[in-house]
Design a protein around this ligand. Structure first.
Ligand SMILES: [Zn+2]
Length: 323
């Protein structure tokens, strides 16, 4: 999951007046919001969460103000959630991720999200997690390559950061735009290169699109992905159905798969394998893969990990490791 480009957070003035001075201080720092974010933190240099903003739901929203009130005080739990991410991903590769936000997933299926703090600055990113992330049953279910879903999710979110930050994109008016050497652009080119074997695109339009540039390709690929999901999944093009949502989701899923997959795929067998090989070609990505796999090993996280072991690990992660 990644932030929507169109998401705008509207902040309302807080008009509450409370009798006690202490309450006044706290209340005045709680902003009313029409987003689903309950609390945001700035991550300090020791990976500790420092309170940044507190929110209460817009009275017209579906969110429960009582629940948010309680959740706003659960910093230690939020720190524990973040520790899980911080222990998996070595710090040197996630320096741009500087904020954590805790959100109310309501009845949506969202577990976590990643995106730039502001869309005109691709340097600073925010990791968002559902307030009840580790209480959600299916987070413990085996998912891709038999790893628990929560592990795959954390890697997926980090995959968004790696494929969407300033190394991969540049900001100009009307942007951001992907650089030519970016993973997302390379994945798009792979779709075209595989056109013959998978019949992904109309061959006549193919050359035209390449000549016209990326933005047209991008739109056409989005359309294609949504139209032919089932068939493309069967042909071994994607990690899972969710990957077909957009090229960005495909890239994040493929990154997580690339990390967890033990064997290097043979080229030309499947488009998914070739997308994994694309990540293998970047020395930095190969380094990141190895560092995360070392951490997984150190933490005892592996395929078919039982739920109680995973829960025990989460509780154990009180303080992040300075790796
Ligand atoms: Zn995503």
């Amino acid at each position: 999951m990644m932030f929507s480009v169109f998401k705008k957070i509207k902040i309302f003035n807080n008009s509450d007046t409370k009798s006690s001075v202490k309450n006044n201080f706290v209340q005045n720092n709680i902003k009313c919001t029409n987003s689903d974010v309950i609390v945001s933190y700035k991550i300090d240099k020791n990976d500790q969460l420092r309170l940044h903003r507190l929110f209460k739901p817009d009275p017209d929203s579906k969110f429960d103000p009582k629940l948010w009130e309680e959740e706003r005080t659960n910093r230690n739990k939020h720190q524990q959630y973040y520790n899980f991410f911080a222990e998996l991903i070595p710090r040197e590769y996630r320096k741009g991720i500087q904020y954590v936000r805790i959100f109310d997933r309501g009845d949506s299926s969202e577990l976590a999200r990643m995106g730039p703090k502001n869309w005109n600055n691709l340097k600073i990113f925010e990791l968002e997690m559902a307030f009840n992330l580790f209480d959600i049953k299916f987070c413990y279910f085996r998912e891709i390559l038999d790893y628990p879903r929560i592990v795959f999710t954390m890697l997926h979110e980090f995959g968004h950061y790696l494929t969407m930050n300033q190394d991969q994109r540049y900001c100009v008016r009307g942007g951001p735009f992907y650089k030519d050497e970016s993973i997302i652009k390379q994945i798009n080119l792979l779709y075209y290169a595989h056109d013959e074997s998978y019949g992904l695109l109309d061959p006549e339009r193919n050359q035209e699109d390449i000549a016209e540039g990326y933005e047209t390709n991008y739109q056409r690929i989005q359309e294609l992905l949504s139209k032919r999901k089932g068939e493309l999944l069967q042909n071994g093009v994607f990690v899972r159905r969710y990957s077909t949502k957009s090229v960005e989701e495909d890239a994040a899923d493929t990154f997580a798969y690339f990390v967890l997959l033990d064997e290097r795929p043979e080229p030309g067998i499947s488009l998914l394998g070739d997308k994994v090989l694309l990540f293998c070609q970047y020395p930095k990505m190969a380094k990141i893969r190895k560092a995360i796999r070392d951490n997984l090993k150190k933490l005892g996280v592996g395929p078919n990990m039982p739920q109680d072991e995973l829960e025990a690990l989460r509780i154990k992660l009180q303080t992040p490791n300075a790796n």
